[in-house]
Design a protein around this ligand. Sequence first.
Ligand SMILES: C[S@@+](CC[C@H](N)C(=O)[O-])C[C@H]1O[C@@H](n2cnc3c(N)ncnc32)[C@H](O)[C@@H]1O
Length: 251
Amino acid sequence: MPKSSDHHGAGATGSIALVGAGPGDADLLTLRAIKRLQTADIVLYDDLAGEDFMAYLHPDAELIAVGKRAGHPSPRQDEVSRLAIAHALLGKNVVRLKAGDPTLFARADEELRAARDAGIAVEIVPGITTATAAAAAIGASLTKRGVARRVQFVTGHDVDGRLPRDLDLAALADPTATTCVYMGKATFPGLTEQLIAHGLSAATPAVIVESLGSETTKILRGTIAEIAARLTIDRPSGPCIILYGAALAEA
Ligand SMILES: C[S@@+](CC[C@H](N)C(=O)[O-])C[C@H]1O[C@@H](n2cnc3c(N)ncnc32)[C@H](O)[C@@H]1O
């Protein structure tokens, strides 16, 4: 199968696609994501993007890991953008493969701006974000008529690794919302204390899902207080998403 850059004339500028890989299972890649992978010359991929996507690549495609694989520090964000732009300026079709959806907690804004500033066409290919994949894994609906009217996605991790200091705690303690906490396994105990102080019941149902889409997926159900207590004594090593809210009562 020809890659699309094979059709470019000499000197033509390539493209960059920020592609969502979903939560790790290859069958949760979208058809559009698969099409972009099939025609990619270069794939810059994050750690959490899983590896199943490789089955869709053209044999000549070049793969570059830009996560913290093999204990190496991850390249700086501007270095990742620079790599993508350099390849696109050579006429290559670059796929920036990101776990989940590229518009959620994936610094897509910085990569979009860098590509646009360099005059390179950039496209976003949405992916299934971890929160909705986790809801599917636990067999729950994130919204529930009369119970959960809002869903909020929040990061539990600031640039310094701590709980962000400017969180809207009143919103996060809203008993009529379902909250999906990304990057929160270290800070959830502290967050829970503040949620309870802002009036959320300690008995609010919660679920933590570790390493979704892998053979080592673990699901732990409880209340926010129980999940927080568990994370205080035993912090999972894999990536985790935490969902909490009344809608999860029957999950
Ligand atoms: C940098 S954010 C990327 C989020 C991603 N763009 C998305 O839409 O899911 C990384 C965080 O996403 C969550 N995450 C990503 N992959 C996961 C997985 N396979 N299992 C559980 N949580 C995951 C964790 O909270 C992790 O710390």
